[in-house]
Design a protein around this ligand. Structure first.
Ligand code: ATP
Ligand code: MG
Length: 410
């Protein structure tokens, strides 16, 4: 991930002439949305506003393929904080801290010179015009600003792989000048694809699965099964910390916790034996389905990856899907553990997932788990248990939590 271009320019330009610092956003797939585009952009603008609310009140201005985030009396520090926070909002490809300057070549040149002050090495100027009425072409603007930078700061022009890139974007009412930027998450704005419920263990995979579905526009709630009263509460703390971290991508996350120990015991004494892990997973899905319907969710999400553990063979996944009507989305299905861990590191959930806890699943693990569960056998076991009633009871026993990103108090 790229960071704000401060490594080469630690202080950054604090006070450029006649310019206002703002955040310029480049949108991803949103721009492909044809007639729905307006809806997508409005949703994205709202998501940006609520993500930055603890930092500042902002105006989000929609322009062709970009958005501009402005705040009153903007300082560089505020705008940098906004830029960093907005980098987590789904649907954005780049967030640039940009300077808004008057729409004339002199103002652009002055801001460009300030931005490149104190830098050395090679550079390139890249100009584009969203407003073609501007009296200079992009190339003319690049040449003019480029030669001014060479003359004043002694940098060398290099169009391929330069040390610094200075960007100029001519817009309807103003010109944006910037250098560097923060790579965003891409994807679609959260909320555009509906709601889903994530089955959230304390492990590495389910948080990554959640991230990938938020990135496709789902707004998520979370369901965690703890082994309580037969285990300690550690897995709940982990689930809480994970959801709090993931909340940076959407806001308003809810975590529902079910004490699952007694139900697990019931499965064990029903004689499920080698099928007990699959029977337990099916009960988790059923409970999730009851809860999801209550919350208006249209899908369940798990961190399953094909073949990763014995419960994740194709036959077993089919036996899991059989338990519920809602679609079960498994965004990690084709990923290997190394890829999943890389992603977990990038979204900063890996260290939380690696904390020790007592996973409820180990309570029940038979000596040899079934890799080819027969659905008829499962139905027979479940009949003895009256699973539908059990799932209703479990969904009724949930405790609700509201982990908020940035809230260190809990
Ligand atoms: P994870 O790292 O997400 O725990 P895993 O590789 O350990 O996954 P399993 O333990 O087989 O795999 O779990 C598969 C999926 O089942 C999880 O990704 C999660 O969606 C769901 N799941 C497992 N345990 C729990 C739990 N205690 N509470 C909620 N969901 C769970
Ligand atoms: Mg697990």
């Amino acid at each position: 991930m790229l960071t704000l271009d401060t490594a080469t320019d630690p202080a950054g330009p604090r006070t450029p002439v006649d310019g206002e610092p703002c955040v310029l956003l480049k949108l991803g797939e949103v721009v492909l949305k044809g007639r729905n585009r307006e809806l997508f952009e409005k949703r994205l603008a709202r998501n940006v506003q609520s993500a930055v609310r603890p930092i500042a009140r902002v105006d989000v201005i929609r322009r062709h393929g970009v958005m501009i985030v402005r705040t009153k009396d903007a300082t560089v520090d505020t705008v940098d904080a906004l830029t960093e926070r907005i980098g987590d909002v789904m649907g954005i490809v780049w967030a640039h801290r940009a300077w808004r300057v008057d729409k004339d070549a002199d103002s652009v040149e002055r801001a460009a010179l300030e931005l490149m002050a104190g830098r050395s090495g090679t550079f390139a100027v890249r100009a584009r015009r969203r407003d073609k009425r501007f009296p200079m072409t992009s190339t003319e603007l690049e040449r003019r600003v480029g030669s001014a930078i060479v003359a004043k700061h002694g940098l060398t022009v290099r169009l391929k792989n330069p040390d610094h890139t200075l960007s100029i974007e001519v817009d309807r009412d103003e010109v944006f000048v910037f250098s560097g930027g923060l790579a965003g998450q891409g994807g679609l704005p959260v909320g555009m694809s509906g709601r889903g419920l994530v089955l959230m263990s304390g492990g590495i995979d389910s948080p990554v699965a959640a991230y990938r579905m938020m990135r496709r526009g789902l707004h998520l709630d979370y369901l965690h099964f703890s082994g309580m009263p037969f285990t300690g509460p550690e897995s709940i703390y982990k689930a809480y910390a994970l959801v709090r971290e993931l909340d940076k991508f959407q806001g308003g996350s809810r975590l529902f916790v079910v004490p699952f120990g007694k139900a697990q015991q019931a499965i064990k004494s029903s004689g499920a034996d080698r099928l007990s892990v699959i029977a337990q997973r099916r009960l988790m899905l059923r409970t999730g389905e009851v809860l999801a319907r209550r919350l208006g969710g249209g899908t369940l999400i798990t961190g399953d990856a094909l073949g990763q553990v014995s419960s994740q063979t194709l036959t077993n996944l089919t036996a899991l899907d059989d338990a519920v009507e809602l679609p079960v989305l498994r965004p990690l299905i084709g990923m290997d553990k190394v890829e999943i861990m890389d992603q977990a590191r990038r979204i900063r959930t890996l260290t939380i997932s690696e904390l020790p806890d007592e996973d409820c699943c180990t309570l029940l693990a038979p000596r040899r788990a079934e890799t080819r569960a027969k659905i008829d056998d499962l139905h027979r076991i479940e009949k003895r248990l009256d699973v539908e009633e059990l799932a209703e009871q479990l969904a009724g026993s949930v405790q609700e939590h509201r982990p908020v990103y940035g809230d260190a108090s809990a």
